[in-house]
Design a protein around this ligand. Structure first.
Ligand code: FE2
Ligand code: FE2
Length: 197
């Protein structure tokens, strides 16, 4: 998927929301006007460190989350998947007029393409995502949990909800890691054979 298609997919997903469409659209408008949401990279070097990488990742996660929920938990509303899927990493866009990532203009060829903006107050990305979202969108408790703990047990904060995860939290976590590691980073899917001898 190229950048233009990910913008189109993003708009299609936003427009397919139902109950909170108005709020979703005004949140998107705020992001597009006051942050670099549409052009931010997804990380400084490993994970889509390129212009528009964050949007590309967010669209991919949202689509995979909708697929997983259709298969495993069809009673979860589409709006919950679209909101938490599209915006779980919105904190990577930073805050209004203060992006999290800056282009690295260093001449050093071994440096990363982007660097973290030291002028932005340090906060976990998931926390900033929840903060930004909550200003525009009334979130259900399950959506808040899913956004805050989408890294699952990979980070110490995850322990707080261990074994108490909502279905949406588990599905968002899987959609996020599948999209990032299998689809974006292209880790091979290995099937090892074994013999019983
Ligand atoms: Fe994340
Ligand atoms: Fe993510």
């Amino acid at each position: 998927m190229d950048y233009k298609s990910s913008v189109e997919e993003y708009q299609k997903l936003l427009n397919s929301t139902s109950n909170r469409k108005k709020e979703c659209l005004s949140f998107a408008h705020f992001l597009e006007e006051h942050t670099n949401w549409l052009t931010a990279p997804a990380s400084t070097r490993f994970h889509l460190p390129q212009k528009g990488g964050l949007l590309f990742h967010s669209v991919g996660v949202c689509k995979n989350l909708l697929r997983l929920k259709e298969l495993l938990a069809p009673t979860i509303p589409d709006d919950s998947c679209i909101i938490s899927g599209l915006f779980h990493d919105v904190g990577k866009a930073g805050l209004p007029h203060k992006p999290l990532y800056h282009e690295n203009t260093s001449e050093n060829t071994r440096s990363f393409p982007f660097k973290v903006n030291k002028e932005l107050s340090s906060t976990a990305v998931a926390m900033r995502s929840a903060y930004l979202l909550a200003r525009y969108l009334p979130l259900a408790p399950e959506e808040l949990q899913a956004v805050l703990y989408h890294d699952g047990q990979y980070i110490p904060e995850g322990e707080f909800i261990a074994h108490q995860e909502e279905a949406l939290t588990l599905l968002l976590h899987w959609a996020d890691y599948w999209t990032a590691h299998i689809e974006e980073e292209g880790h091979p899917i290995r099937i090892s054979s074994y013999s019983e001898s």
